[in-house]
Design a protein around this ligand. Structure first.
Ligand code: DC
Length: 235
């Protein structure tokens, strides 16, 4: 059954520009935006604040389930058609945007129990369509029936440069070389894990943003969505 307004899945590796592009597409279309990476980052933060080591799989999985079941970790609606992850009732803001939390999120996202705990929250926001979800497995696992699927990528160097510039802008201590290492390490980890590895869905459109400005990528994806809306609307 087709939704009148599509679910738009934007997957791809770290630093491909998913956040900027997903935000732009959601804004251009008036769709709700869901940044699913923030959920994995929030699990890493929960683990850290509860004194659970990232490599203690059983304890991380229990902490994730408990946090979701008690509402200590949840996804809420925010201003301008966006959503926010809330940890212990608060927006963790930049506390989940550090290199440490990025590596932690990559580690905990490899655990089936963690992915499982976060699945319903993601599906609940997307079920009625008119939503843009960005992540790693949206088109393959969370919404295999998404009407529009994009796999957004860019070269390692371009992705590391963008990440590094974000860190500098936020005053986070980092070097370009360390950021490039981190990007490569995370990609290898995200693509080689047993559960829901990063991979392009067979029916996704591949977009390489290495040499494209964000606005060009946004316009291209928005056009794909509009074409889909037109195809499903009653004549
Ligand atoms: O997009 P991001 O950098 O905020 O994601 C943080 C980590 O979470 C990333 O290393 C992989 C993981 N992730 C995932 O496994 N599945 C998703 N749908 C989104 C993110």
């Amino acid at each position: 059954m087709s939704r009148p307004k599509p679910v738009v899945a934007i997957d791809g590796p770290a630093g491909a520009g998913k956040s900027t592009v997903a935000k732009g597409v959601a804004r251009a279309l008036g769709y709700t935006l869901v940044d699913t990476g923030s959920l994995y980052r929030a699990v890493a933060l929960v683990a850290r604040t509860r004194g659970v080591a990232f490599d203690d799989r059983g304890a991380v999985e229990r902490a994730a389930h408990d946090a979701v079941n008690t509402g200590a970790l949840r996804l809420g609606r925010a201003e301008h058609n966006t959503t926010r992850v809330l940890v212990d009732g608060e927006d963790p803001g930049d506390r989940i945007r550090t290199p440490d939390m990025a590596m932690g999120a990559s580690a905990v996202s490899a655990y089936a129990g963690v992915r499982d705990a976060l699945l319903d929250a993601q599906r609940a926001f997307g079920a009625d369509g008119a939503v843009v979800l960005e992540g790693r497995d949206i088109g393959t696992v969370v919404f295999p029936d998404a009407e529009v699927k994009v796999f957004l990528t860019a070269s390692d160097e371009v992705r590391a440069r963008r990440r590094y510039e974000e860190f500098v802008a936020k005053g986070v201590a980092a070097t370009y070389e360390a950021t490039l290492d981190e990007v490569r390490q995370r990609d290898a980890q995200d693509a080689s894990r047993a559960v829901a590895p990063l991979r392009m869905a067979d029916d996704a459109v591949l977009v390489d943003s290495s040499a494209l400005a964000p606005d060009a990528v946004i316009a291209r994806i928005a056009a794909l969505v509009k074409a889909r809306e037109a195809a499903t609307s009653p004549a």
